[in-house]
Design a protein around this ligand. Structure first.
Ligand SMILES: [Zn+2]
Length: 200
């Protein structure tokens, strides 16, 4: 039976792949919103892609497929291709960071839309603020504005170019002390977020 994932041990990961992955966003288990328990979460790979491919850049995790395929332990330098339709439970042993990219059915990289800050030009695809439906502001510039003129008041917080109800990472990060992200996120949910409320 063909597995819905392909494990590529560190020694077999090509330089080309590693080079590509340096351009990708990083998923960080310490701040991820998907934790169900202290160190485990389930994920379905059912997005608009043929596969998601990741490169582990920190930590240790076990990937346990839903379909009974063999579990695999992933450490720094390993890569795994997660094909559309795959579902698995991740068990995080040491906090994991991984670069992730999306590929089409033919194995070609899907180029993500790029967003750069209209103020400073930095890449802010992962997190940005959309002002007046046309200006993209990076978190750093947005925060600087909050402390000054508030020119961008009312800007919409976005993740990967789409409006997001999640808390900006700069706010969630501070709340995490010892445990993995799950409980920290729940605590943060109802908290007052400075600068995000409407003026009355
Ligand atoms: Zn900026």
């Amino acid at each position: 039976m063909a597995h819905l994932y392909k494990f590529v041990p560190a020694a077999s990961v090509t330089d080309e792949f590693k080079e590509m992955a340096t351009q990708w966003p990083i998923w960080d288990s310490k701040v991820a919103p998907m934790q169900e328990t202290e160190n485990k979460f389930h994920f379905d790979y059912d997005g608009d892609y043929g596969s998601e491919r990741v490169l582990i850049t920190a930590g240790v995790a076990t990937l346990t497929p839903d379909d009974g395929s063999p579990a695999v332990e992933l450490t720094v330098g390993d890569s795994v291709h997660l094909h559309f339709g795959f579902g698995a439970t991740w068990t995080i042993h040491n906090p994991v960071e991984m670069a992730y990219g999306y590929f089409d059915k033919d194995g070609k990289k899907i180029e993500q839309d790029e967003i750069s800050c209209d103020v400073c030009g930095t890449d802010c695809y992962e997190e940005s603020y959309l002002f007046n439906d046309e200006e993209d502001i990076c978190p750093t510039c947005f925060k600087a504005d909050q402390n000054g003129s508030e020119e961008y008041e009312g800007a919409v917080y976005c993740r990967e170019g789409k409006p997001s109800k999640e808390l900006p990472k700069s706010l969630t990060k501070k709340r995490i002390t010892s445990s993995l992200g799950g409980s920290a996120k729940k605590k943060a949910k109802g908290d007052y977020v400075p600068g995000m409320d409407d003026d009355e």
